[in-house]
Design a binder for this molecule. Sequence first.
Ligand code: SF4
Length: 223
Amino acid sequence: MQAEEKARLWMKCHRGILRQSIRRARRHADWRRVCHALLDPFFPVSYLLRNMVILERETPWKRLTHRGKVQAMHSLLRERALFFLQVKTWLKTNGGYKTIVDFSPPFAGRGTPSYCTHCGGCCETASGFPDFPSHSIIPQRWKEIFSSGLGKGHRFCPFLWEYRKTGMSLCAIHPWRANPCRVFGEDDCTFVLQDPDLAHVTHEKHIGKAFKTLIQGIKASPF
Ligand code: SF4
């Protein structure tokens, strides 16, 4: 799929998920918070959908009933949104978005190497070794979350954001990120880009299916 088509797909998914969440938001404060996150240009909806595609290939997930999957999807969205808002609030008092985003195209991340295409493949990992440089001022609790992941079913880094609904990755804590993230080099990047798994998780057919399941999850929310 061409980049433009893909961008249209991500935009369509964003809008659909937001529309359904707004309907729920009239009834419950948690959904209002989810909407607040979804309205942010950097909330990683496309990675959430990719997360679901990854889960679809895992045995424990396959064993879940449809209802179980729908509920799990709903939890993934809610947990991701609430953590996103925490990080967003913290960033406001620590330099704001300009600390992490270079608003001049084509690159969306500050200080990222020229070979980076922002595919997000390198950050599509639930957790990492929590070795942070001494100047990393993020809360200690977040370092623990980096190490343990956001929770059951989450398959990408808690700090992975998305640049303006384009599917391009953005690190929410780029100036303060962990050392393992810093040593990820061009060879590793080439390896990730050639990995058939990356093509699988971004395939239109799989994303479309994940989108439908997530929409059902929002509609079936118990509150
Ligand atoms: S901390 Fe940033 S660079 Fe490291 S895995 Fe997470 S999103 Fe990627």
